[in-house]
Design a protein around this ligand. Sequence first.
Ligand SMILES: [Zn+2]
Length: 61
Amino acid sequence: MGDLAPTSDWPGVHVTRRARGLPASGSYTCRCGTTGRAQGDDNVRDLVAEWIDHRNTCPHR
Ligand SMILES: [Zn+2]
């Protein structure tokens, strides 16, 4: 999993990994106020999928 942090699309999803071997953590913030957080590679992957899904259904896009 690479660097998924957007540079020109904030609010958006933000994924960070403090160091190799540590689990990733991520969060997203939407213009409509919806937010989400996750810890751990699998959970962050789900979080990113959730964010992509939300962008398709968000009432404030
Ligand atoms: Zn939204």
